[in-house]
Design a protein around this ligand. Structure first.
Ligand SMILES: Nc1ncnc2c1ncn2[C@@H]1O[C@H](COP(=O)(O)OP(=O)(O)OP(=O)(O)O)[C@@H](O)[C@H]1O
Ligand SMILES: [Mg+2]
Length: 687
C-alpha cells in the first residue's frame, strides 16, 4: 500500500534515479554561494507543499543557513537517501523529464550542499509523533536519530565551504552575500504569495510576508508601500502559449539594472532575456535611456511546452514557442500600461481598500508591532528619489548605488494621485477622465498649467506635456509615412535655410533625398521595401519620412521645404509654422529652431547605437530623433501661454496614449488632492 501524507495524498518516496535518467539531466549542480543554498532549500520546501517558510542566516550565510518549513516532511527511512546524489522523490523515469511539475527534479541539491558543509536535516512528517535528525559532514552521513521538532522539515547548513577553501575565498563581500540572499528570498516570495515567508538576517527580521495569496502584500513587504502603490496590475492575459498575470511598475519608477524584473514560470523563478525585452519594449518611450522597469510576471504554461532541464542551476528554461511567450508577455504589459490612466485600477486603490485585492500583511506569525508596520510600510515617509527602507538597506550596506525612483513612486503625486475619493476601490476618478474634465485655472511660474477637478488641484508641466503630444503625433505621422501612401506635410511657402554641423552636412546625399514629384516618405518607404523591411534608413531618410524635406544648399547648408504637421505653434493650425507667431520657434525663429533641432537629432541618432531595452538600433535611434524634435517643437518652460493655448494643450494631452509621462520618463502631471490642501490649512478633511 502506498503511504499517505497527512493530507491524505499519496506520498512519493525517495528513490535513486536510474543511470539513463541521470545521464539525461543537465547536471553539475554547483553550490556557489549562500544564496544558491537558500534557493535550493526553499524550493524543496515549496515542493513539499509548505505554507510557511522561515529562512535564517548568520555570518552572511557562511556560518549558518537555516530553512524551516511546515511541509510534508521526509519519512525517517528516506532521510539518508535525501542527501544522496541522484536520489529524488520527484522524478522516476526519463519520460517524466518531458513535463516537470516540481521545482526540483535532479535529486542533487541536498547532496551538493552536504558535500561542502556541515548539514543537519531534521524532518517530521505530520503523521508521525516525532522528528528524526540526520547529520552529514562534508558529504559523510551519520545515523538518523530521533529528535524533537514540529511537523515539517528544517535544514541547517553550517560552515559552508569549510572543506573547499578556494570557493570560500572567492565569495563576495558579506554585504553582497546578504543582499543576494535577501533578493533570492524576495523573488521566491513574489513567486509564491500564498506562502508566508520570514527572513532573519544576523538575528534581525528583514522581510515578512503574510502568505495571503496577494502579490500586492509581498510587493509592500519587499519594495515598500510607496513603490507598491505605484505598481500597475497586469490582468490575466491568455494566449496560445499560456497565461500571464502580475504587476509592472509605473513608468515613473525605474532601476539601473534588471534586478527588479522578476519572471515566474509555473512557480519557478527564472531568468529570461527574451521576456525581459518583451516587458521593456512595452515601455517604449516611457522610460529614460538605460533604465529598467519593475515587473513581477507569473506565467503558466503547459509543463510540456517548456524545458527546465537545460541549466545546471535550473535558472534558465527553453520555451517550445519562445515567440508566442514573448508576444503574450509584451501585449499583457502594453495593455496594462495603456490602462494605467485609470488610477482606480492601480494597486493604489486596492491598497487603501481593505477587503480589496491588495491588503497589508497581517500574518498571524508576524511579531507584535510588525503586523501594522511591515518592513516596507516605513517607506511611506520616503521622499521622491529616496528608497523606502526595509530590506533595501542590505543593498545600501553593500555600498552599491541604490536605485533612484521617480517622483511618481511616492504615490502622492503623479500617476497614482490619492484623491479623496481614493478611499474605495473603483471610486477614484480615472486620471484620464480627470484630464478631460480639468478646468484650467491659469499658469504658474510660466511653466506649469494649473487646473482643478472636483477633488484635486493639478499641475501640468507645459513643456513636457507638449513634448508628449508632439512625440505621439510625430510617431503617428512617421508610421503613416511608412505605409503605402502619401500623407500630409506642412509645405513651407518660403523654404528655410538651415546651417548644419559639418558631419551632418557631409552625410547629406549630393542629390536631394526627395524631389517634388515624389511624395514625401514614399521614397524612404521604397528604400525600405527595396532593401528588406529591416534595413535601416539613413538619418536623412528618417528625417524625410518624418516630414522634413531637405535639399543641399551650398556647403554646410540645407534648404528645408516642408515640416511635419506636428511642428506648429500651440493652438495654431498646420501651415502656421511660418506665420508671424509670437513664438520663438516659428516665424523668424524657425530657422534657428530647426538648426538646433537638426543638430541635436543628429547627435542623438549617431550616438550609441543600442536601445536601452535591447531595441534594434535604428528603432532606438529613430525614437531619439522623435524625442529630440518633439522637445524642440514644444513650448518651453517660462513661456507665457494664453488661456486658449492652455486649454488646447490639456485637450491634446488627454488624447495621448501615455498622458502621464514624457518620452524621457519624467512625470507630466502632478495631482494635489483637496484633502492635502485642507490638511495644510488645518481644516477638517472633507470626504
Ligand atoms: N524540505 C523538504 N521537505 C520534504 N522533503 C524534502 C525536503 N527537502 C528535500 N526533500 C526530499 O529530499 C529529496 C532530495 O532533495 P534535493 O533537493 O536534493 O533533490 P530534488 O529536490 O529532488 O531535486 P533538485 O536537485 O533538482 O533540487 C527530494 O526529492 C525530497 O523528496
Ligand atoms: Mg531540491
Amino acid at each position: 500500500m502506498k503511504e499517505k501524507d497527512v493530507a491524505g495524498r499519496p506520498r512519493s518516496r525517495i528513490g535513486v534515479l536510474a543511470e539513463d535518467v541521470i545521464q539525461k539531466i543537465a547536471a553539475g549542480e554547483v553550490i556557489e554561494s549562500p544564496a544558491s543554498v537558500v534557493k535550493e532549500l526553499v524550493e524543496n520546501s515549496l515542493d513539499a507543499g509548505a505554507r510557511r517558510v522561515e529562512v535564517e542566516i548568520a555570518g552572511a550565510g557562511k556560518e549558518l543557513i537555516r530553512v524551516t518549513d511546515d511541509g510534508e516532511g521526509i519519512v525517517p527511512e528516506d532521510l539518508p537517501l535525501a542527501v544522496m546524489p541522484h536520489a529524488t522523490s520527484k522524478l522516476k523515469r526519463s519520460e517524466d523529464l518531458a513535463a516537470i511539475h516540481t521545482l526540483g527534479f535532479r535529486g542533487e541539491a541536498l547532496a551538493s550542499i552536504a558535500a561542502v558543509s556541515r548539514l543537519e536535516l531534521i524532518s517530521r512528517p505530520p503523521e508521525l509523533p516525532h522528528a528524526t535528525r540526520l547529520t552529514v559532514t562534508g558529504g559523510v552521513a551519520g545515523e538518523p536519530v530521533p529528535a524533537a521538532g514540529p511537523p515539517g522539515t528544517t535544514v541547517v547548513v553550517r560552515e559552508l565551504f569549510f572543506n573547499t577553501p578556494a570557493r570560500f575565498k572567492f565569495l563576495p563581500s558579506e554585504a553582497g552575500l546578504r543582499r543576494a540572499v535577501a533578493e533570492t528570498v524576495a523573488r521566491l516570495a513574489l513567486a509564491h504569495p500564498e506562502v508566508a515567508f520570514r527572513l532573519l538576517v544576523e538575528g534581525e527580521e528583514k522581510f515578512v510576508t503574510p502568505g495571503d495569496g496577494n502579490l500586492g502584500s509581498v510587493a509592500v513587504a519587499w519594495w515598500g508601500t510607496g513603490i507598491a502603490r505605484s505598481l500597475l496590475p497586469v490582468p490575466l492575459e491568455e494566449g496560445l502559449a499560456g497565461k500571464v498575470s502580475g504587476v509592472i511598475g509605473s513608468p515613473g519608477v525605474h532601476r539601473s539594472n534588471r534586478q527588479d524584473e522578476v519572471f515566474v514560470l509555473n512557480g519557478r523563478v527564472i531568468e529570461s532575456r527574451s521576456l525581459a525585452v518583451a516587458v521593456e519594449r512595452a515601455y517604449e518611450s516611457l522610460l529614460p535611456a538605460r533604465r529598467f522597469p519593475l515587473a513581477v510576471l507569473r506565467l503558466e504554461l503547459d509543463p510540456a511546452a517548456v524545458d527546465v532541464n537545460v541549466h545546471p542551476a535550473k535558472r534558465e528554461v527553453r520555451f517550445r514557442d519562445e515567440a508566442a511567450c514573448f508576444r503574450l508577455v509584451h501585449f499583457a504589459c502594453v495593455r496594462a500600461l495603456q490602462q494605467s490612466g485609470t488610477a482606480a485600477k492601480t494597486l493604489a486603490g486596492d491598497l487603501q481598500a481593505p477587503g480589496g485585492g491588495f491588503v497589508r500583511p497581517s500574518g498571524s506569525h508576524l511579531p507584535a508591532g510588525r503586523a501594522a508596520a511591515p518592513a516596507g510600510a516605513r517607506g511611506e515617509s520616503s521622499r521622491p528619489g529616496e528608497l523606502p527602507l526595509g530590506l533595501l538597506e542590505t543593498a545600501r550596506e553593500a555600498g552599491e548605488g541604490v536605485e533612484e525612483v521617480g517622483a511618481v513612486a511616492e504615490g502622492r503625486a503623479g500617476l497614482v494621485g490619492k484623491g479623496p475619493a481614493a478611499a474605495g476601490l473603483g471610486t477614484e476618478l480615472p486620471l484620464r477622465r480627470a484630464l478631460e474634465e480639468l478646468r484650467v485655472i491659469g499658469q504658474f511660474h510660466r511653466t506649469y498649467l494649473l487646473g482643478e477637478t472636483s477633488g484635486a488641484l493639478w499641475l501640468i508641466d507645459q513643456h513636457i506635456a507638449h513634448e508628449r503630444v508632439i512625440f505621439e503625433e510625430l510617431q503617428e505621422e512617421y508610421d503613416q509615412a511608412g505605409g503605402r501612401g502619401e500623407r500630409v506635410v506642412q509645405e513651407l511657402l518660403l523654404p528655410v535655410t538651415v546651417e548644419l554641423p559639418p558631419a551632418l552636412a557631409a552625410a547629406l546625399p549630393a542629390r536631394p533625398a526627395a524631389r517634388d514629384e515624389t511624395p514625401p516618405g514614399a521614397k524612404a518607404a521604397a528604400a525600405t521595401a527595396r532593401s528588406g523591411a529591416s534595413a535601416p534608413l539613413s538619418f536623412w531618410e528618417e528625417m524625410e519620412r518624418l516630414g522634413f524635406r531637405c535639399e543641399p544648399f551650398g556647403p554646410g547648408y540645407v534648404l528645408v521645404r516642408s515640416l511635419p504637421v506636428a511642428w506648429r505653434p500651440l493652438g495654431g493650425s498646420p501651415g502656421e509654422a511660418q506665420g508671424t507667431g509670437r513664438d520663438r520657434r516659428y516665424g523668424e525663429g524657425l530657422a534657428a529652431a530647426l538648426e538646433a533641432a537638426f543638430a541635436e537629432a543628429w547627435a542623438a541618432w549617431s550616438g550609441e547605437k543600442v536601445g536601452s531595452d535591447g531595441a534594434p538600433w535604428e528603432v532606438a535611434g529613430r525614437r531619439r530623433i522623435l524625442a529630440t524634435i518633439a522637445c524642440h517643437a514644444a513650448v518651453k518652460a517660462g513661456e507665457p501661454l494664453e488661456e486658449s493655448q492652455m486649454k488646447e494643450l490639456v485637450t491634446m494631452l488627454a488624447r495621448t496614449r501615455h498622458p502621464f509621462s514624457c518620452p524621457h520618463g519624467r512625470p507630466i502631471v502632478v495631482e494635489i488632492p483637496l484633502s492635502d490642501v485642507e490638511r495644510r490649512f488645518g481644516r477638517p478633511v472633507s470626504r
